[in-house]
Design a protein around this ligand. Structure first.
Ligand code: FE2
Length: 276
């Protein structure tokens, strides 16, 4: 992959997405949300690949993945007027269809194209398949971390401005804003487990679920950035200040601190020996 090719892809992305805007403010606001998300995820990806000292070619492939990871979102919203994969289609698979139909990755060599497609396919899964290895695993982990960094940003911004009604169109959380939270969700977090979407019953559960994403973060630079931006502290501050939540706070912040303090053995991110 060459830098020139990435630039071509950036232009294609702008033209493609630009073509969906129309005279419907509701649609435009939602398209803009994902367009801006994508551009921020590209920047997070550049940060991560630099921090991890990846080779130039890997950096380019990783950025193409970031650029196209949500390419299915635009068609999804135009067709269904929502971003809910459960009620509509998988936006990851729709994205792969778009790339195919538009012959976007035609000029990319087969091996690299497959890596890009796999990472896009896997980016939204609750967990990565357990049989991945090498570059496919590395790139799949990278997009999930870059995406999470921005989803933490979007979520904390949303809750910060929650009382301001006009912001409410942006996240279809689909759960009532009732006082309290589900105790099984608190338990899951205290045991170091990610929270299952199916257990989310109210808005505070959603905040706890987002806190639980921390257990699925792969790389130390991602954790350090989460810590530096205080995303977890912010999410915690939007929850009722009870003893349970205090325990959650200690658990989650302690987890981040201990992972940030780990000194990892030097890993070879360049070759196929990447297995962690
Ligand atoms: Fe996505």
């Amino acid at each position: 992959m060459e830098q020139k090719q990435l630039e071509k892809f950036r232009n294609w992305f702008d033209n493609y997405v630009g073509g969906f805007y129309n005279n419907d403010d509701f649609v435009n606001a939602h398209l803009k949300l994902k367009q801006e998300h994508t551009l921020r995820v590209c920047r997070e990806m550049q940060f991560l690949t630099n921090e991890l000292g990846l080779a130039e070619n890997q950096k380019l492939i990783a950025e193409v993945i970031a650029l196209f990871h949500d390419i299915g979102r635009f068609k999804q919203f135009i067709k269904y007027r929502m971003y809910n994969d459960v009620k509509t289609v998988s936006h990851s698979l729709l994205g792969l269809e778009v790339l195919k139909e538009e012959k976007v990755l035609q000029a990319v060599d087969k091996e690299e194209r497959e890596l890009i497609e796999k990472a896009i396919e896997y980016h939204g899964l609750k967990k990565l398949p357990s049989d991945l290895n090498g570059q496919c695993l590395l790139l799949s982990k990278l997009i999930r971390d870059a995406d999470k960094l921005d989803v933490f940003y979007v979520a904390t911004e949303y809750f910060k401005h929650y009382k301001n009604k006009e912001n409410k169109i942006f996240l279809e959380l689909g759960v009532p804003d009732e006082p309290g939270y589900s105790h099984n969700i608190v338990e899951a977090i205290l045991h170091g487990r990610q929270v299952d979407y199916n257990h989310v019953r109210m808005l505070n559960d959603m905040k706890l679920l987002q806190l639980g994403w921390i257990y699925d973060v792969n790389f130390q630079p991602t954790l350090k950035r989460i810590k530096q931006r205080k995303f977890l502290e912010m999410l915690l501050s939007f929850l009722p200040q009870t003893e349970d939540i205090q325990k959650v706070k200690e658990k989650i912040l302690g987890y981040v601190d201990s992972r940030c303090a780990e000194t990892k053995k030097e890993r070879d991110y360049h070759g196929d020996s990447f297995t962690d």
